[in-house]
Design a binder for this molecule. Structure first.
Ligand SMILES: [Zn+2]
Length: 311
């Protein structure tokens, strides 16, 4: 069988398990196991051992606890209880997660001067990569709009290199000015601005924005996952601790360039992101949330500012 769930279908490892070509068994460590554990947790199964790790949570390790939970799931679903995730179990899970539960709308903006090349931003690539990261957690990333904004001579000079420090609450300066450019979007949708360069050459992106205007800024030549990483900052807000993770598999690793494969998020990160006004619940079981972003989120000390520096 071929998996249909937006959570599981893009995960090759799970497709292989679903076809019985390579079932998932006790002892495996993989991203596929992480996605499965996460789904089982969302179904209400308790996994205190697998969720102990702060930066890789659930831990993607099919150990004894996961085995017990898989067996319980099989029992609950009336399947044969063998603790192995193959076609039967994968198919049962697939049916339980038929659709995305949340959505985030992104708008992409590239800026360019007269006569400059426009298509420096691979919009589709950035969107697809972001969809791959968040989709595993039931969050759909929608492509709201994309614009190549032609700049005046003075804007071109001002925005060629963004000199503003990367802080959470951008009060003024060229990054704030940049984030006024282009067609405005609703206050609960996120705009991603692509720029040529930052004054700080180490910076690949910045999740800072003006209060009430969720946005982030990404260098056009930044690696694949940086858009998802900066969107992650916007959704986590500055109050989520830790801002960055040390583990490269986590999307919020400081360099946003994981060793291989799709970066992961922890239970705590996903839970926080789903609380953000830009993360809209698609099923109507909860009331629609306010679209105001708290104005109190700002950095106080140079150390915190430093910590926020994205990459
Ligand atoms: Zn960062």
């Amino acid at each position: 069988m071929s998996l249909q769930s937006p959570r599981f279908a893009p995960e090759d490892r799970l497709q292989m398990a679903a076809s019985n070509a390579w079932p998932i068994r006790n002892g495996e460590r993989s991203r596929g196991v992480h996605v499965l554990q996460n789904a089982l947790l969302d179904l209400g199964y308790s996994m205190p051992i697998s969720t102990r790790h702060v930066e890789l949570n659930p831990d993607g390790h099919f150990g004894r606890e996961t085995l017990r939970v898989v067996e319980q799931f099989q029992r609950d679903e009336g399947l044969s209880v063998d603790g192995v995730i193959g076609r039967q179990t994968m198919s049962a899970l697939d049916r339980l997660f038929p659709a995305f539960e949340y959505r985030v709308r992104l708008h992409l903006r590239a800026v360019h001067g007269p006569g400059e090349l426009i298509c420096v931003v691979p919009y589709e690539t950035a969107i697809e990569a972001t969809q791959r990261v968040f989709g595993r957690y039931g969050i759909r990333i929608d492509y709201g709009s994309g614009e190549s904004v032609a700049l005046s001579e003075s804007q071109r000079a001002a925005f060629h290199t963004i000199e503003s420090d990367c802080v959470w609450n951008i009060p003024a300066g060229d990054m704030r000015d940049l984030q006024q450019v282009g067609t405005p979007v609703p206050a609960n949708e996120i705009v991603v601005y692509y720029v040529r360069a930052f004054g700080d050459r180490d910076l690949l992106g910045c999740g800072g924005h003006a209060p009430g205007r969720p946005a982030c800024t990404v260098r056009v030549d930044a690696p694949l996952w940086v858009t998802a990483h900066e969107v992650g900052h916007v959704l986590l807000t500055s109050s989520f601790d830790p801002v960055h993770m040390r583990l490269r598999q986590n999307l919020m690793h400081r360099n946003a360039v994981p060793g291989s494969g799709v970066p992961m998020l922890t239970r705590a990160q996903v839970a926080r992101m789903k609380e953000h006004p830009c993360c809209e619940r698609l099923t109507q079981s909860r009331p629609r949330r306010s679209i105001e972003i708290p104005r109190t989120l700002s950095f106080q000390t140079p150390m915190e500012r430093q910590r926020w520096r994205s990459n």
